[in-house]
Design a protein around this ligand. Structure first.
Ligand SMILES: Cc1ncc(COP(=O)(O)O)c(C=O)c1O
Length: 317
């Protein structure tokens, strides 16, 4: 019997953690973190939200497995491998970088442990990952596999992310999160209550946030007018990428250590620390006085070990 996707991960594991400090208390700002990082060891953060309906779709189509795309340290590849294993599906991961192999790092090793077949693409070839003709070619080569785009950024990923609103209070004024493909931001925005504002923090330098969200939303047949209205509720904080994707500074690494010391909240340097930093900077402004704020922890902690080793530091005590 096929396992049900709805009972797979217990959403109650993702608690709403209250964070307090003197400045926020003085300004009557309530800050909570939606701890999606606690959902699952391999499928943490936004990963199950983006994969759930993709897995359901693959099962519904009686696919043999799922193929998808990711970089050398991709949280999405690990999560896809684990989700496929759980539901009896095979998985193929197309990895950016032909110089890599299955033993290049712990992320790729974990994918293989979870049964994923890895195929390594040159950077030129990988750049085509969202190109329809290229994906169609891969589908021809893997006819019984269901294709999921990089980062789970498709219609089903967005629908899954929208469901987070079943688990967070509707009287929140501001929501902060990290943005990569923008699928999570699209889902959260779609389900957002009337008077709430979404703060997206792109981790890629020069990322066209609203354009990327727009092209994902076109999958919902939304027209530009409807999108303009929706985008009135979005603020993009594009100045907190710390050098760009997978880049970080000593200041950011110190910030992660300090936040863990203060709140026992683990953040990763690629996504969540950048967004959390952006939030702490924003909350210094007077307009947040008396407001209720939620930070969505989108996971990504599996990649921390490699950075700890490279930098010879410990983030979490
Ligand atoms: C840990 C983490 N946070 C945030 C994101 C960004 O999510 P999205 O690609 O849906 O914008 C990702 C990428 O999927 C991620 O791995």
């Amino acid at each position: 019997m096929v396992k049900s996707t709805s009972n797979f991960i217990d959403s109650q594991k993702s608690e709403l953690q209250r964070l307090e400090n003197t400045a926020w208390t003085e300004n009557d700002i309530q800050v909570f973190v939606k701890r999606d990082d606690l959902l699952h060891a391999d499928i943490s953060g936004n990963k199950w939200r983006k994969l759930k309906y993709n897995v359901e779709q693959a099962l519904h189509l009686h696919s043999e497995g799922i193929f998808t795309f990711g970089g050398a340290y991709s949280n999405h590849l690990v999560a896809t491998a684990a989700a496929c294993k759980e539901f009896g599906l095979k998985s193929i991961g197309f990895v950016r970088g032909e110089e890599l192999n299955s033993a290049s790092n712990d992320t790729l090793k974990r994918c293989v442990e979870l049964g994923m077949e890895l195929q390594f693409l040159s950077r030129e070839m990988y750049a085509l990952h969202a190109d329809k003709l290229f994906v169609d070619e891969l589908k021809l080569e893997n006819p019984r596999f269901y294709a999921v785009p990089e980062g789970g950024g498709n219609y089903y990923g967005i629908v899954g992310c929208q469901e987070i609103w079943k688990e967070i209070p509707k009287d929140v004024d501001h929501v902060f999160l990290a943005q990569g493909t923008a699928a999570t931001s699209c889902g959260v925005l779609l389900g957002m209550p009337e008077n709430c504002r979404l703060h997206a923090v792109p981790v890629l330098k020069g990322f066209h946030s609203l354009d990327s969200m727009k092209s994902l939303f076109y999958g919902f047949f939304m027209d530009d007018e409807a999108l303009e209205e929706l985008f009135q509720k979005v603020t993009v904080h594009s100045e907190h990428h710390f050098g760009g994707y997978a880049k970080y500074t000593p200041e950011l690494l110190q910030f992660i250590q300090d936040i863990f010391k203060t709140y026992k909240l683990p953040l990763d340097p690629i996504y969540t620390a950048k967004a959390f930093y952006a939030m702490t900077e924003e909350l210094k402004k007077a307009k947040y006085r008396g407001k209720k704020v939620i930070f969505i922890h989108t996971g990504g902690l599996q990649g921390c070990k490699a950075i700890e080793e490279k930098e010879n530091i410990r983030f979490f005590g």
